[in-house]
Design a protein around this ligand. Structure first.
Ligand code: GMT
Length: 380
């Protein structure tokens, strides 16, 4: 197939999933065209099947707000026509699904009928999409996509409850590439972080409010009183300075390292014993899956799609949002006994295996084929 992928090119979960999916499709013989305003962060190598088309937006002085959606729709028309794409797969509803709808209408005037699949990732529905100012466009563009996927059953249900949806939504979960995410021996790094063999606890996110990074610090503070431990805070974003300030107030700065954005996240996860994800909303929890693939058990909230990933009492534990006492107690229960910790590590890895890209890629391929066949049938 000749596939166009539209996504945010950043390290955000939806951009990571879109890029990794495109790379896997390319490796499986499909031609994949990424259409976005920057080279996707994870598109860091050359492959004969992968192409990148940059969307450039004119900065005319009249524009207080640059009309990205218009530029994207124009670029989609151009790429679909000249690269003869079979399908457009847009990740994150806003503004990608509505730009794709506009492009589809324009292409129809050239007698080109391209199917559009929209993948809903989470905040495009749960936070941003629910906003009244976006609601009619989100509803319309979901209903007018040829196919819609959501990354968890929970996100599908939330979408159906927030919007007036008359379209089937297929659940295709996030996935993980085990050739990259695996437990790699990094003894020198572990020794540098935890010279007294302290337990290493990790958190990775974009430090947005929804990630509850203050709760990460509060949970660690409680664990740290009972178990010699270090906290690695990976990523960057608006809540980072609050989290740093809280560490100062709790006098734990000497045992907390803020590492900022990191490329080789698997190396950090490989030396970790526990992963914390106390999010207030999480449609799937890709960062937790990355940890589990590196054999790290997860203490998370029970919100959104997290219970579909993290099995309570097996791969980690689930607690209510904001219940830092419970999350700390459960973390201590895992960390205090080496036999229990080893069992949880094995369970986390086994659970992650179910989301191996080798299992999930065929789901996307057959869904693509179904939507292409339906479109051909509709145009006969
Ligand atoms: O987690 C984020 O804030 C980034 C966000 C995104 O859309 O880029 O991630 C969402 O999509 C990921 C990939 O499908 C999911 O694994 C995350 O759970 C989801 N984030 C939230 O729902 C908060």
């Amino acid at each position: 197939m000749n596939i166009g992928i539209v996504c945010y090119p950043t390290f955000g979960g939806s951009g990571v999933v879109a890029t990794e999916l495109g790379k896997a499709l390319g490796a499986n013989g499909h031609r994949v065209h990424f259409i976005t305003y920057n080279r996707p962060a994870r598109l860091d190598f050359f492959s004969e099947n992968l192409f990148y088309h940059e969307v450039t937006v004119s900065q005319y002085p009249l524009f207080d707000f640059t009309p990205y959606e218009t530029a994207l729709a124009s670029k989609l028309v151009d790429v679909v026509r000249f690269e003869k794409l079979d399908l457009l797969h847009v990740h994150y509803a806003i503004p990608h699904a509505s730009a794709a709808f506009l492009a589809k209408q324009i292409l129809a005037t050239f007698d080109i009928h391209i199917p559009v699949i929209t993948t809903l990732h989470g905040t495009d529905i749960t936070l941003v999409g629910k906003d009244k100012s976006f609601n009619p466009v989100v509803t319309f563009s979901i209903n007018h996509s040829d196919g819609v996927t959501a990354v968890s059953q929970s996100l599908k249900e939330q979408t159906l409850s927030y919007f007036d949806i008359r379209q089937e939504i297929e659940v295709i979960p996030n996935f993980i590439d085990f050739t990259r995410f695996k437990n790699i021996s990094r003894e020198h790094f572990k020794k540098a972080i935890a010279p007294e063999n302290e337990k290493i606890i990790a958190h990775t996110s974009n430090f947005r409010e929804v990630k509850n990074t203050d709760d990460v610090v509060k949970i660690f503070h409680r664990i740290h009183k009972e178990i010699p431990s270090k906290l690695l805070m990976v990523g960057d974003g608006p809540e980072r300075s609050n989290a740093e300030e809280l560490c100062r107030q709790l006098s734990i700065c000497q045992d907390v390292r803020f590492l900022g954005k990191q490329e080789a996240i698997e190396e950090i996860l490989s030396v970790s014993d526990l992963f914390l994800m106390p999010s207030g909303s999480e449609s799937f929890g890709l960062a937790a899956l990355e940890a589990m693939a590196c054999s790290v058990p997860v203490i998370s909230t029970d919100t959104g799609g997290l219970p579909e990933l993290n099995i309570d009492g097996k791969s980690g534990y689930l607690s209510a949002i904001g219940d830092v006492k419970s999350m700390a107690e459960k973390g201590i229960a895992i960390l205090k006994d080496e036999t229990i910790l080893s069992q949880f590590k094995r369970n986390a890895h086994a659970r992650a295996k179910q989301f191996d890209i080798k299992n999930i890629l065929p789901l996307y391929e057959s869904y693509y084929q179904k939507i292409i066949d339906k479109q051909i049938g509709d145009n006969l």
